[in-house]
Design a protein around this ligand. Structure first.
Ligand code: S3P
Length: 411
């Protein structure tokens, strides 16, 4: 696909629903009591992987284009699947459901695509093994034999919402409270568990008998998908856009915060709440950016936005330095390698990677070139924006955006 430089953006653009919150709504409604209407869910490939796994475990869901009606089977109502559970490309599906399956009295086998087969799983098998589950290994395909779980105290320096959520789900079934000690990262599981009546004290989860989700959950739109247009509108002179109903949970706001420090004009209005999650409308006007320095502790709040932040920094004045970005090596692709190889094709001499530090020399000339997306949705969208703000780009594969933003290139 060829993408060309474009002029000012004006008006409103509809952003797809939040991927992380949709996963959690499907899983928690599935193990809750009663029916839940999940409105404005994300029908991207990753969330559909979660839905199809839950269906194979006995959860019934009626799908329409805007709404899911999920009939919960209760915490102890899941059935042994007759097939292997395929998590596709989705680390969230796999790691969260590994926690849930660790607590079931049957065995479950998971598989996934070639990218997911390479991703690290020890980060979840380790705590879940301490709780009492057994695993056939640390790579896909992998079989979990669940059972009676112990409550544990688990301390880690890795800030991972997937790991945290996996342990929290297992902890619902343990014989005693489970305490997690982890640096702050997205807290959607905690918020939804609380909304469902689970007892959670900080990151200590108490065993539960039942979950009662609200009858209707409205999923906010995804700040991680809005991020691409926030950056493009900032970079294109004369732009002024409004993105509505965007999830603005503080644990996800690292990109807008970083851009504001760089000089961007981003305004939130109409702040409200849905199922414990804050949402708002976001207005973005074009602005000149200057370089930024970010340290490791700031990374979890913008982990999925690092590729698009690197695009913004490549247009900024000065050299930006982002430290502690090593987790990017184990995402849907090795994103540090993808950023280094492909961004430099569009803007020679811009990106240097030194260990887990990303150094971005802003303001260098942009040119049209052919780039590879590595089959990674966030790399594809970031390269698309770099082309639109710069001098165009040709991409090898764009279907990968179906993971989180099926109509990105139509937009
Ligand atoms: C996610 C957590 C993050 C993030 C991923 C979605 C989630 O992964 O990168 O896209 O929904 O819990 P890690 O837990 O590996 O940091």
């Amino acid at each position: 696909m060829e993408i060309f430089k474009r002029g000012a953006l004006r008006g409103e653009l509809a952003i797809p629903a939040d991927k992380s919150i949709t996963h959690r709504a499907i899983i928690l409604s599935g193990i809750g009591d009663g029916e839940v209407e999940v409105e404005n869910y994300l029908a991207g490939a990753d969330c559909l992987s979660t839905l199809s796994c839950m269906e194979k475990l006995g959860v019934v869901a009626e799908r329409s284009s805007k709404k899911l009606l999920i009939k919960g089977v209760g915490l102890r109502g899941l059935k042994a699947p007759t097939e292997i559970l395929d998590a596709g490309n989705s680390g969230t599906t796999l790691r969260l459901l590994m926690g849930l399956m660790a607590a079931q009295s049957f065995s479950t086998t998971f598989t996934g695509d070639e990218s997911l087969k390479k991703r690290p799983l020890k980060r979840v098998t380790e705590p879940l093994t301490q709780m009492g589950a057994t695993f056939s290994g640390n790579k896909l395909p992998l079989t979990i034999t669940g059972g009676c779980l112990r409550g544990i105290r688990y301390e880690t320096t890795l800030a991972s919402a997937q790991v945290k959520s996996s342990i929290l789900l297992a902890g619902l079934y343990a014989d005693a409270p489970t305490q997690i000690i982890m640096p702050s990262c997205r807290d959607h599981t905690e918020l939804m568990l609380k909304a469902a009546g689970a007892k959670l004290d900080g990151l200590t989860i108490y065993p539960a008998e039942r979950l009662y989700l609200p009858k209707r959950i409205q999923i906010p739109n995804d700040i991680s998908s809005a991020a691409y247009w926030i950056v493009l509108a900032t970079l294109t002179e004369g732009s002024k856009i409004i993105l509505r109903d965007i999830g603005v949970n503080a644990t996800r706001m690292g990109l807008p915060d970083a851009l504001e420090k760089m000089g961007a004009s981003i305004h939130l209005s109409n702040l409200r709440q849905s199922c414990g999650e804050p949402l708002a409308d976001i207005k973005i006007c074009a602005a000149k950016l200057r370089a930024i320095e970010l340290d490791a502790e700031e990374i979890p709040r913008l982990i999925d936005e690092l590729p698009i932040l690197a695009v913004a920094a490549s247009f900024a004045e000065g050299t930006s330095i982002i430290r502690g970005a090593g987790e990017l090596r184990v995402k849907e692709s090795d994103r540090l390698a993808a950023i280094e190889n492909e961004f430099n094709k569009l803007s020679p001499g811009t990106i240097e990677v030194d260990g887990d530090t990303l150094i971005i020399h802003g303001g260098k000339a942009k040119r049209m070139n052919f780039c590879k997306t590595y089959g990674d949705h966030r790399i594809a969208m970031s390269l698309g924006i770099m082309g639109m703000a710069g001098n165009g780009v040709e991409l090898d594969d764009t279907d990968c955006v179906n993971i989180s933003y099926p109509n990105f290139f139509d937009n």
